[in-house]
Structure formats: C-alpha cells, structure tokens
Design a protein around this ligand. Sequence first.
Ligand code: HEM
Length: 463
Amino acid sequence: MAASSPYHLVPRLGHADNEPVTTRSSEELAVLPDGPRYPRAVQAMLWLKQPTWLLDRCARLYGDVFTLRLPLGTDLVQVSDPELVRAVFGGSTDVLRAGEANATIIEPIVGPNSVLVLDGPEHLRQRKLISPAFHGDRMRAWETAVRDITRAEVARWPVGKPFALRSAMQSITLEVIVRVVFGVDDAARYEKVRGQVARIAGIGRSPFLLFATQDRKLGPHTPWARFLRARKALHELLAEQISDRRAAADLEQRTDVLSQLLMARDDEGRAMTDEEVRDELITLLFAGHETTATSLAWAFDLLLHHQPALSHLIEQLEDGDRVYLDAVIRETLRLRPVVGLVDRHVRERTTIGGHAIPAGAIVCPNIYLAQRREDLYDNPTAFRPERFDGQSPPGFGWFPFGGGIRRCLGASFATFEMRVVIPEVLRAVTLRPASGRPARIRREAVTFVPHNGAPAVVTSRRP
Ligand code: HEM
C-alpha cells in the first residue's frame, strides 16, 4: 500500500502531540522553489486527474525541484535529482516527518499505532517489532501457498473472453496476505476478514469522497458511514483473532506474522498491546495487497504489449533462468511505480540542495520522475528489461519502495510474491492483450494504476 496522503487536499491533522501544524510567514513562502502559476484549484484538478502529465510538464519546465501548490495551503516540493533524494531520505527524522504526512489520510484506516503514521522513537520501535516477521527465511515457507493460490485463481479465468488482470491479481494478493498474516486457521473467519478488507479498500479508492462526508450527518449510506461500519466489523474480527491466538498452545511454533507480532519484544522486553497488534495487522493487510496486485497487473500489461520481451522471459523460465524475470520486475517497478512519490512533512525550516524549504511544506522524493531521468536511463519511457539484465539499478534513481528509515517493510515480500506469481501464470495459460496499447496511467487514491484494469484474454490453457 501506499504510503503518502492521497490527494493532499484534506485538512491536515495536528502533529502527533496534537500541536497545530506550523503556519508559514509570507517571508517563508517566498523561498519555496518555483512551480506552476495556475491557481491552486487548477493545480489540484490536474494533480487529481492528470498527475503524470502535470509531473512531466513541470519537470520539463522547472527541472529537478519544483513546488505544486494545492488548496488549503498545501505546498508539495517535488524532488527528483538522485543526490537530493538521498539528502531527503538521509535527513533528520525530527525535521522530515513521514508519519505526520501519511497520517493525514490513512490514520482512520490503519489506526494511531500503525508504523506508517508514527515518527521518531515510536516509529523505530514498531519497525523493529515487525521487521523480523518478514525475514528472508520465512518467504520460502510461503512459496507453496502463493503458488497454490495463483493456480486456483488462474483456473477461474475464462478462455476467449477479456478479463481485468488487476482485479484477478487483487484476488491473489489479498488471499496471500491474509494467509501469510494469519497462517492457516479458521477459514470462516478469514473469509470475513478478507471481505471487510476488500470492502474498506473499495471505499478507500475514492478518499476524497470518503473524507468529504466525514463531518456531515448525511445518513447511513455516505462513504464515511459505510467505512465506519466496515472498520468496526474488522476491528471485532481482529480482536477475536488476537485473543484466540494469544491463548494458542502452539504459538511458539507458528510462523505466521500475527504469531510473530505476539511473540516480539522491544529493547526493554515489552510486548505489543492488542491495539498495536491490531493496527499493524491492518497496516500489513492494506499495505501488502493492492500495491503488489497493481505491480503484477502492470508487469503483465507491459509484457503482453512487448511480445519479444514476453517470449524471451518464457524461454528463460523454461531453461530455469530467473535473471530476466528479475529484470522484468525491476523494469516494471521503474516505468510503472505504483506509488508515484513519498511524502515528508517539514517540521522546521530546512535546506535541501540549496533550496530553503519552509516549515509546513511537504517534500516529496518523486519516484515517477526520478525513474524516468534521461541522464540515468537510455530511452527512459521505453519498456526495456534488458537494461537491468544482470545490472543493479542506479542508487536513488530507482526507489519504488521509498527509502531511508521508512523504506517499505514489505519490499522483499512483494518482490518474492511477483517472482512466484509471474512464472506460475505464464506456465498455466497463454495470454494476449485485450487492448491495442499498454494501459494509460490513472491515479487511484495514492497509487498509479492501469486506467482500464489492464484487460487480457486467455487464448489457451497449457497442459
Ligand atoms: C510492489 C509492492 C509495494 C510497493 C511498490 C510498496 C511501496 C511502498 C512505499 C513507496 C512506501 C513508503 C516508503 C517511504 O516513505 O519512503 C511503503 C511503506 C510501507 N510498506 Fe510497502 N510497498 C509494496 C508492498 C508492500 C507489502 C507487500 C507490505 C507488507 C506485507 C508493505 C508494507 C509496508 C509498510 C509497513 C510500510 C511503512 C514503512 C514505514 O513507514 O516505516 N508494502 N511501501
């Protein structure tokens, strides 16, 4: 999932300690890097509806650093030069606050204890408690489950009729994350958890609508009212699950994420509270499925529209060689980053690459722009997995998982899942694209998704 506040158009929450966000003086405003001069409302409309057009145009006109000015005094300083990105990721976490920036939108979903919305020592504590659950060794144990779930999903695809790859991939990744997070246990309860996660994800796809109805008494059918009901139901299911699992006799033998979280201890030997466990479970369920599903959909959309790359991949996989598969995954994450940028809320006036950035602004290492730089990539808008064939990506010119102390906790897991799902699909069916060109990039909440769900057709099943 995505980490930054979707539209940046919602009134900001206060700081973690509920202080109001610093207000900027006119002198501070003057030092913001240059950017488009359209009225804020027009910039907001473009940001929502044509984000990649706007970013490409601004990069052409203003270069590596520019400011987008949105309503409610929200100033987004976009940074795409690798050295400046490095400076932001390595900057002081007292000054550059990812949790505060993320909280604006996602705290109602993930809760106040989520690693995504915390900063400082509290953030580090949660990160340390969660990280071991995604250690490399554990992945091997999940491989068979991911394979089986993929096979079962592919078996349901129609032959000869278009279907949306993105929703097919969402079915796979949601099932995978629920299984990995909870282990194999109470199938009926997981069915309910899956249903609530899918429901909340559906409502959250239009966060503007969701939040626009937050403070209004418009009856039980507004997106906000539906969201509150779904969240309550999910909290109840998770509370039952946490309490049952705490009491499980085999807790210490279990390898699922929930059991790992219950057994984890911080530096002072303290366990996580039920509320902390609940908020991290929700974070992992949401962060862990839509992003990976969309990346998989993009990978297939690009491959199906680039037949030589697809044929080469199939040949390599048949020979047991996975180097090209890794190159395809890297190139997909480069050209179609699902999270286009990450946010750092500037708490105190700071300087980045000679630009003085006032308190209250949001600095955004821009993944989409950095990964399309002509000085780093030949023909940057072309899908060419060969550029990564046995080659590592350039540092801070490829960061689809963000960076620094906030780098995605599920990066290895997402890559592992893509490495299992892509070959499994290609082994089971022959696909053709159902559209003449690769899908256009459309914004959906915080993510960049294929505008039409990336339709494809199964032409035959393989024996
Ligand atoms: C292709 C799939 C994925 C992409 C592109 C992606 C991308 C990102 C990005 C860009 C961030 C923000 C990093 C920053 O602010 O610098 C992030 C954070 C995070 N992601 Fe992912 N993610 C993916 C899959 C996953 C999965 C599978 C999980 C969990 C199972 C996950 C869990 C998290 C968590 C917990 C954070 C918060 C880290 C923190 O704030 O310390 N993500 N992800």
